[in-house]
Design a protein around this ligand. Structure first.
Ligand code: FES
Length: 159
């Protein structure tokens, strides 16, 4: 009766196991690296954010979209998505309904409904994000805030 003998040597087995372990290690490293460098493409701040249906934003209203860290300011002509970050030193700027303006709690900068500076140390208007209205849905791209020296009607996305 023939003896059932292994077809690979111990040295070959260790070589295969070592190579397999290395390949697995590098695959895991690549997955971790890709997760780290891949930009967020949807859902929250840093990607494309769904803000709501256009009819949910009454003309003249300011609505905070928490997950995107911006406000939708609805004008008669459309909307502008204003980043909540103060252009002075970066504090989150709340909309103060009683005052009818954005009022930074840190050093008192004031901004109007389209982000223009009304007072305080802020050097420029609030930054805004590109927005789009698709089939009545408002989408905001929070990957690239836009700086500006002043408000211009071309910054409004028509509704
Ligand atoms: S951070 Fe807003 S006024 Fe200074």
């Amino acid at each position: 009766m023939a003896e059932n003998k292994s077809t690979i040597s111990r040295r070959q087995f260790l070589g295969i196991a070592w190579t397999g372990s290395l390949a697995l290690f590098f695959a895991q490293m690549m997955v971790a690296l890709l997760k780290f460098i891949k930009p967020v493409t949807s859902g929250g701040f840093g990607g494309l954010v769904y803000a709501g249906k256009i009819e949910e934003f009454a003309i003249g209203s300011i609505n905070r979209i928490l997950k995107g860290r911006f406000y939708i300011s609805r004008t008669e002509d459309g909307i502008i998505a204003l980043w909540q970050k103060c252009t002075h030193l970066g504090c989150a700027v709340p909309w103060v309904e009683e005052e009818g303006q954005f009022h930074c709690p840190c050093h008192g900068s004031l901004f109007n409904k389209v982000g223009e500076v009304l007072g305080g140390p802020a050097p420029r208007p609030l930054d805004y994000f590109p927005s789009e209205i698709r089939s009545g849905e408002v989408w905001v791209d929070t990957s690239q805030p836009i700086q500006r020296k002043k408000f211009d009607p071309s910054q409004i996305t028509g509704a």
